[in-house]
Design a protein around this ligand. Structure first.
Ligand code: GLN
Length: 191
């Protein structure tokens, strides 16, 4: 299978782990820090980290509007944890004035699973596969609107969702070495 050209937003957070997972799946991974680097991508990944910081840095790096436009034009995007928040059309418990790129018709509650010390791991079913979910100050999906498919749940809340070419997980597969979620994004969405 031909290798994909994947960009990983590299402003803050665990972008290195997503770059490694992308390489491990046999694809090319580029750290994205400038608007022109968004050209020619087959897909883009938003890492885990701090959604408020990533949104502020994206604005100062002049990436905010170009990323919104790329999403609107159909670029496949996967976001984990903070990346899920960045893909949400609506957020609860956000910082004052917190902006998201949006794209997925859902309401996401920030830090819903509790604080850093309440981080946990749980096996979850993700599209017919058992994956190890690592949740760190993780959001959950409070509600989804039309067009959103729920791919996994934990504690009764959606924790993996897809809308068209956009995929988001509350958990961090990039920290586990389990490539199932990345492989799903590359094979089912980017190809
Ligand atoms: N709570 C963080 C946020 O609001 C997300 C945490 C994470 O990515 N592990 O961005």
């Amino acid at each position: 299978m031909s290798s994909l050209n994947i960009g990983v937003l590299a402003l803050q957070g665990d972008f290195r782990e997503h770059i490694e997972a992308t390489f491990a799946c046999g694809n090319k991974a580029t750290a994205i820090r400038r608007p022109d680097e968004l050209q020619g991508l087959d897909g883009l990944i938003f890492p885990g980290g701090e959604s408020t910081t990533i949104a502020l840095l994206a604005t100062s790096y002049q990436l905010f509007d170009p990323i919104r436009e790329a999403i609107a034009s159909g670029l496949p995007v996967y976001g984990s944890c903070a990346g899920m928040i960045l893909l949400a059309d609506r957020i609860l418990d956000g910082a004052a004035g917190q902006k998201t790129f949006g794209g997925i018709n859902m309401t996401v509650r920030r830090n819903a699973f509790g604080r850093q010390v309440e981080s946990f791991e749980e096996d979850i079913d993700f599209v017919g596969k058992r994956v190890n979910g690592v949740f760190i100050r993780a959001p959950w999906v409070e509600s989804v609107g039309a067009g959103v498919e729920v791919l996994a749940t934990a504690s009764g809340h959606p924790v993996a969702v897809r809308q068209g070419k956009l995929l988001a997980t509350s958990f961090h597969p990039e920290l586990t070495g389990d490539l199932s979620v990345h492989q799903y994004f590359f094979d089912e969405i980017c190809r």
